[in-house]
Design a protein around this ligand. Structure first.
Ligand code: SAH
Length: 244
């Protein structure tokens, strides 16, 4: 079923012009067809009453459970090319709640402003991904953070993927088994050239847990997807621990 984001008021759903165009001209939706509209928190089953102008009536709230049981915060060092888009698009499908691109010493790309076209494109990717996988919320994408700011993000559990310990540090999978529902889990992924030893030392001081993503060195975008998959899958296991 088609999925849109909009506002719900008086048993009607309102979506923006771009989505109206998509619904009418791209998907060629007809009167009587049903679509899903999410207001950013919950999703509603709606029916198309008329096309010109578009009118969508709410049938009922949909009891969805498409968000993870943890609040997954993915911080990734800005990469060159369109790998950042991939991280946000795929991370959204995998349930990431918020993305924080950051700049660290080995980043090849160094934007001058806190926000630029790249960030607006990433936000569009988050929206695109959220519609495609029918999430109730569009994950947020922040402006660029410094490495220090990324280290200072609030989290119940903080993890850094560090290839210096590939195959040696605690595996992410075994670490993930100790997670509890509703915890805010912050994950840090380094740039193409990895983290420097100084950065790793700073992360250790800030209480980050060092995890290995296996015996192979993954490309940063693969590492991001690996982390989102493992943490997301573990959070959806029935036996994930209830908070104390
Ligand atoms: N410095 C490395 C590559 C860095 S990989 C080199 O050129 O040899 C990019 C990022 O992915 C790393 O900073 C780390 O966060 C993550 N990563 C990749 N493979 C990993 C592994 N096996 N264990 C932990 N983290 C890994």
């Amino acid at each position: 079923m088609q999925h849109y984001f909009g506002t719900i008021a008086d048993q009607k759903a309102i979506i923006d012009g771009k989505q109206v165009h998509h619904l009418i001209d791209v998907r060629r939706t007809v009167v009587g067809e049903q679509v899903e509209v999410s207001d950013g928190t919950e999703s509603y089953l709606c029916v198309v009453d008329s096309l010109e102008p578009l009118s969508l009536s709410v049938i009922r709230k949909i009891d969805t459970k498409r968000e993870l049981d943890i609040d997954l915060v993915l911080c990734f060092a800005l990469l060159k090319g369109d790998h950042n888009d991939l991280i946000v698009l795929k991370g959204t499908e995998l349930g990431v709640a918020s993305f924080y691109p950051f700049l660290s010493s080995r980043c090849i790309v160094k934007p001058e402003k806190n926000e630029d076209q790249r960030i607006s494109r990433l936000r569009k990717k988050a929206e695109e991904g959220a519609k495609q996988c029918r999430r109730d919320v569009v994950p947020s994408v922040s402006g660029y953070k410094t490495f220090q700011e990324a280290l200072n993000l609030r989290g119940d559990v903080k993890i850094i993927a560090y290839e210096g310990e590939a195959g040696v540090g605690e595996s992410l999978l075994s670490f993930a088994k100790g997670l509890k529902k509703r915890q805010r889990v912050v994950v840090l992924i380094g740039p193409e050239g990895g983290f420097t030893e100084e950065e790793a030392a700073l992360a250790r001081e800030k209480g980050f847990h060092f995890v290995s993503l296996g015996r192979r060195i993954l490309r940063a975008e693969t590492a991001a997807m690996y982390c989102a998959s493992i943490l997301g899958a573990q959070s959806e296991e029935e036996e994930i621990n209830e908070p104390l």
